[in-house]
Ligand binder design. Structure first.
Ligand code: G
Ligand code: G
Ligand code: MN
Ligand code: NA
Length: 252
């Protein structure tokens, strides 16, 4: 209850913090975008992981204000980076299935874009399969509405659910983010999964991201398997917004 009250206060003040993790083209290392990741510190408990915070917000009816806070924060930053650093940069925002289920989700996104005078292509909405379990037709309608705004959609944690492959066919998404468990299992059977998902995704015209790249050999391996983009501690850790400009000038 205390956490909930603290979260409400933080949302009222808009003082949730975001870190940004680079997405890098595997061929040449160019940073093409960043994933916004929520970081929140409770005044009494210290840092609270989004893995705990998001379910709490979902339970307490706070997921929509929280999601809008993240969307607005990320939009404000990417607007600035596109103007001052790199015009084609995008920011990926994780959206809870419960938030996406709101009938007016696409209009909410439209309002965020308008408030920041941001083109849709600057924003990528990350959804997991759970967003498509309940009402597939409604979900497809929302994806179409987002596409009309120019907003692209990524399927996150791909391969960990049940009906992934059929979703790939039915859903007008732009990007598939292969779950990091497959990269971790590259020397086991992970390579076969990554190759299969990549081949299929490319056949459907999708961009493929390999997540959880921690070591150079993993980058080389997923590149050989055809992945387009990589994300992971080995390619760049999540960083505060204030570090992003320097990162874009000299990535390490
Ligand atoms: O950053 P970290 O590894 O602690 O994230 C844990 C989980 O929380 C991940 O599944 C990530 O997708 C999710 N997450 C991080 N930031 C956000 C956010 O702003 N909104 C939502 N809905 N989930 C987030
Ligand atoms: O579920 P999602 O893919 O959105 O989760 C993103 C989370 O994964 C981020 O919170 C980030 O901290 C974490 N993450 C990013 N790169 C790596 C990595 O290389 N290894 C591990 N274990 N976690 C990572
Ligand atoms: Mn994600
Ligand atoms: Na993911």
């Amino acid at each position: 209850l205390q956490l909930e009250a603290q979260l409400r206060t933080a949302l009222d003040r808009g003082d949730l913090n975001l870190h940004y993790q680079p997405l890098r083209r595997l061929q040449d290392g160019k940073t093409v975008g960043f994933e916004a990741l929520l970081r929140w510190t409770s005044p009494t408990r210290g840092p609270v992981s989004p893995a705990e915070l998001i379910p709490l917000a979902e339970e307490r009816g706070l997921i929509v204000p929280l999601g809008l806070c993240v969307l607005n924060g990320a939009a404000r930053q990417v607007k600035r980076w596109r103007r001052e650093q790199q015009a084609d940069l995008y920011v990926c925002v994780n959206i809870s299935a419960l938030h996406f289920a709101q009938p007016d989700f696409p209009q909410q996104v439209q309002q965020v874009l308008e408030a920041h005078r941001l083109p849709g292509e600057a924003l990528v909405v990350e959804l997991t399969e759970s967003a498509f379990l309940k009402d597939l037709d409604a979900a497809i309608g929302k994806l179409a509405a987002l596409a009309r705004l120019g907003v692209r959609v990524a399927l996150d944690d791909f391969g960990t659910g049940y009906s992934s492959l059929s979703y790939l066919r039915q859903l007008p998404v732009w990007m598939v983010k292969i779950d990091r468990s497959f990269v971790r299992a590259l020397n086991d059977d992970g390579d076969a999964f990554i190759q299969a998902i990549t081949t299929l995704a490319h056949r459907l015209g999708l961009t493929v991201v390999a997540e959880g790249i921690e070591e150079e050999w993993q980058r080389v391996h997923v590149l050989a398997l055809g992945s387009d983009i990589g994300q992971g501690y080995g390619l760049g850790r999540p960083m505060p917004a204030s570090d992003v400009a320097r990162w874009l000038e000299e990535p390490s």
